[in-house]
Ligand binder design. Structure first.
Ligand SMILES: NC(=O)c1ccc[n+]([C@@H]2O[C@H](COP(=O)([O-])OP(=O)(O)OC[C@H]3O[C@@H](n4cnc5c(N)ncnc54)[C@H](OP(=O)(O)O)[C@@H]3O)[C@@H](O)[C@H]2O)c1
Length: 254
């Protein structure tokens, strides 16, 4: 039980993806979890039941919010802390993507990416850090970035900018809160089959084509990623901050 008695908020956990898998893994390791969802309360509720019915005594609650405004993000973090009775861990997995050439981007599409992926991350992680500092909690903040925070890929430039910004923000915050024992780290997945890209990657032909860019030769699974989140949240990572773990089968290497 690496997270016995810890209290964690995971954003973007109300879908079949890495947020959900992270929340479940945290609960299995002994944490109580606030499950943030956006548009599908029934998926979050099913996860809540799965955690509470496991018979381990772990508690979970579901909190719905559109995180495209800073105020909604801060309210979510405040509410999670209140419902859980404290906040030891924040994971930000909520994000959106617009796949198209940057020359064709509309202002609205640019704003949609930056509002959620960059400002949303900013508002969530700074509010969590504020609470952790004031509460004297040696907290853990974990940001889901992406391989495209580093690799410039066609059709993903706008998304990549939002993820690069969030990753830089996380590293900067890591420096500012290090003296309080709070860590801020980043997980950068490569292509992973989730609700985020099920429309394309569920097609074996498209998956095989994408896998050609991955030295390990296959699309990732959520199980390939959650262990990194568990590590960053665990006591073993108390002296590790501002770090990015790429869970990508070698995607960023060539
Ligand atoms: N899958 C990949 O290949 C991949 C690769 C690199 C990085 N990532 C990153 O990994 C993280 C998790 O993604 P995932 O692949 O696991 O997919 P996912 O489960 O679909 O996660 C994205 C979450 O963001 C939520 N969301 C979307 N718009 C929102 C809004 N306006 N306000 C609040 N929440 C909103 C979604 O909720 P709804 O579905 O209800 O809208 C969903 O729960 C994301 O940060 C993503 O950028 C994914």
């Amino acid at each position: 039980m690496r997270l016995e008695g810890k209290k964690a908020l995971v954003t973007g956990a109300g879908s079949i993806g890495m947020g959900r898998a992270t929340a479940l893994a945290f609960a299995r390791e002994g944490a109580d979890v606030a499950i943030h969802y956006h548009s599908r309360p029934e998926v979050a509720e099913e996860l809540r039941r799965e955690i509470e019915d496991a018979g381990t005594g772990r508690r979970a609650c579901c909190l719905g919010a559109d995180l495209s405004t800073a105020a909604a993000c801060r309210d979510l973090v405040d509410e999670a802390r209140e419902r859980l009775g404290g906040l030891d861990i924040l994971v930000t997995a909520a994000a959106t993507i617009v796949r198209k050439p940057i020359l064709d981007f509309t202002d609205e599409e640019w704003d949609r990416l930056m509002d959620l992926n960059l400002r949303g991350t900013f508002a969530c992680i700074t509010q969590a850090a504020r609470h952790m500092k004031n509460d004297g909690t040696k907290g853990r903040i974990i940001v889901y970035g992406s391989v495209v925070q580093q690799a410039a890929k066609p059709l993903q430039v706008g998304y990549g900018v939002s993820k690069a910004g969030a990753a830089h923000l996380a590293r900067g915050l890591a420096v500012e809160v290090a003296a309080h024992g709070i860590t801020v780290n980043i997980i950068a997945p490569g292509p992973i089959l989730t609700d985020f890209n099920r429309d394309t990657l569920a097609d074996p032909k498209i998956a095989a084509e994408r896998a050609k860019d991955i030295p390990m030769g296959r699309i990732g699974r959520v199980e390939d990623v959650v262990e990194a989140a568990l590590y960053f949240a665990s006591p073993a990572a108390a002296y590790t901050t501002g770090v990015t773990i790429f869970c990508d089968g070698g995607f960023v290497l060539p």
